[in-house]
Design a protein around this ligand. Structure first.
Ligand SMILES: NC(=O)c1ccc[n+]([C@@H]2O[C@H](COP(=O)([O-])OP(=O)(O)OC[C@H]3O[C@@H](n4cnc5c(N)ncnc54)[C@H](O)[C@@H]3O)[C@@H](O)[C@H]2O)c1
Length: 314
C-alpha cells in the first residue's frame, strides 16, 4: 500500500542525486523542504527550475539548534537524507569533515526524527558499505566491510540508522545505491571528470590501469527507486539499487572519448588511489520486487549526459 506523505524534508537536496530527487518530487506533487549547507558540492542552480515550488533552508545538518528549530516549525511527515561528504579522494586527504557530516549529522537527524515523530526516515547509504566484491553480487543481508575512509563513515551512518530502528523503533528504511551518473554531477567524479577534461582537450587521468569495475546507475532511475521505497518500502528494511550494468573504468573512459570524437591518447594513467576497491556490485532483486526497474540503458544515458555537459559545461 502507498504511504501518504505530504511534507517531506530532503537533506543534501542541492547535490547531484538530491537535486534530481527534488525535481522529480515537485513533479509528483510533494511539498518539499530542502536543507543543504551549500558546501563546495552543493549548488542552487541545480534547483533553479523548481525554486518556486520548494522551500530551501541553508542549514548545516551538524547545527543541532537550527535543525531543531526547523523540525519544530515544520511538521514533517517524512525525510530523505542525502546530505554527505561524498568524494573518496577527499576522505583520503582529510576524513574529519566526513566524520562530522556523515556520522554526527546523521545522528542529529535520527535524534530529531525520534523526538518530533517523523513517520518515515529514508537514509541514503551506498554500495561501498559492503566493501569490494571480486565476484557475485552483494545482498542487503551481507556483512559490511568498508575499506576507505568515506565508506567507513557511510557505514557508521548506516549502522546508526539500523541501531535506531532496533533500539527506538525509528521508522526508517535504508537504500544502498550503486555508482550514479547523469547531468549535474560535480566534476570530481569519474564520468564528469572525463567529459569536462576531454571537452577542454586536456589529459584525462585514469587511476592505475583503469581495470576497476563499477556498476553504473542513471541518476533518474536512482531517484525513482528512492521514491518507490519512500512510498511502498517496508519500514526497517534495506534496499540495494543498481543497474546490473558493469564496466571497467578504462572502457567507460574510452566510450566517452569516442562519443566526443576524441582520441584515446588523451588518457593519462596516474598512480592508483590508495586502497582502491576493485569492484562493487549489488543484487537488486528486493527493490525489483517492489516494482522498480532501471529504465535508462547506459548507451543512451551516457550520450545524454555528454550532451548535457556540452551544453551546460560553464
Ligand atoms: N553519487 C553516487 O554515485 C552515490 C552512490 C551511492 C550513494 N551515494 C550517496 O548519495 C548521497 C548523495 O550523493 P551525491 O552524489 O548527490 O552527493 P553530492 O556531493 O553531489 O551532494 C551532497 C550534498 O550534501 C550537502 N552537504 C554536505 N555536507 C552537508 C552538511 N553538513 N549539512 C547540509 N548539507 C550538506 C552538499 O552541499 C551537497 O549539496 C550521499 O549520501 C552519498 O553518499 C552517492
Amino acid at each position: 500500500m502507498r504511504r501518504t506523505i505530504r511534507r517531506l524534508l530532503v537533506t543534501g537536496g542541492a547535490g547531484f542525486i538530491g537535486s534530481e530527487f527534488v525535481r522529480q518530487g515537485v513533479r509528483r506533487g510533494y511539498q518539499l523542504v530542502v536543507v543543504d549547507c551549500l558546501s563546495y558540492a552543493g549548488d542552487l542552480k541545480r534547483l533553479r527550475q523548481v525554486s518556486r515550488d520548494i522551500s530551501f533552508k541553508k542549514i548545516d545538518i551538524c547545527d543541532r539548534k537550527k535543525l531543531e528549530a526547523l523540525f519544530q516549525a515544520e511538521k514533517f511527515d517524512a525525510l530523505v537524507h542525502f546530505a554527505a561528504e561524498t568524494h573518496v579522494d577527499r576522505s583520503l586527504k582529510d576524513n574529519l569533515p566526513f566524520i562530522r557530516t556523515n556520522v554526527l549529522g546523521t545522528q542529529n537527524l535520527i535524534d530529531l526524527s525520534l523526538k518530533y515523530g517523523i513517520k518515515s526516515f529514508v537514509h541514503i547509504s551506498t554500495d561501498e558499505v559492503y566493501g569490494q566484491s571480486l565476484k557475485g553480487f552483494f545482498k542487503e543481508s551481507d556483512p559490511l566491510k568498508p575499506r576507505n575512509p568515506y565508506s567507513v563513515t557511510k557505514t557508521a551512518a548506516d549502522l546508526l540508522v539500523q541501531a535506531a530502528i532496533h533500539s527506538f523503533e525509528l521508522p526508517a528504511m535504508i537504500i544502498r545505491p550503486a555508482n550514479n551518473y547523469g547531468p549535474w554531477q560535480f566534476p570530481e567524479k569519474l564520468i564528469p571528470v572525463v567529459i569536462s577534461k576531454a571537452l577542454k582537450g586536456q589529459k584525462v587521468p585514469v587511476y592505475g590501469k583503469g581495470h576497476q569495475i563499477r556498476e553504473w546507475l542513471h541518476v533518474s532511475d536512482c531517484a525513482e527507486g528512492i521514491f518507490l521505497v519512500l512510498e511502498k518500502g517496508k519500514i526497517g528494511d534495506i534496499y540495494n539499487i543498481g543497474s546490473c550494468f558493469e564496466r571497467r573504468n578504462i572502457d567507460t573512459v574510452k566510450t566517452i572519448l569516442k562519443c566526443l570524437g576524441k582520441k584515446n591518447d588523451l588518457i593519462q594513467f596516474v598512480p592508483d588511489r590508495p586502497g582502491h576497491d576493485f569492484r562493487y556490485s549489488v543484487d537488486c532483486a528486493k527493490i525489483c520486487k517492489l516494482g522498480w526497474r532501471p529504465r535508462v540503458a547506459f548507451e543512451d544515458g551516457i550520450k545524454s549526459t555528454i550532451a548535457w555537459y556540452q551544453t551546460n559545461y560553464q
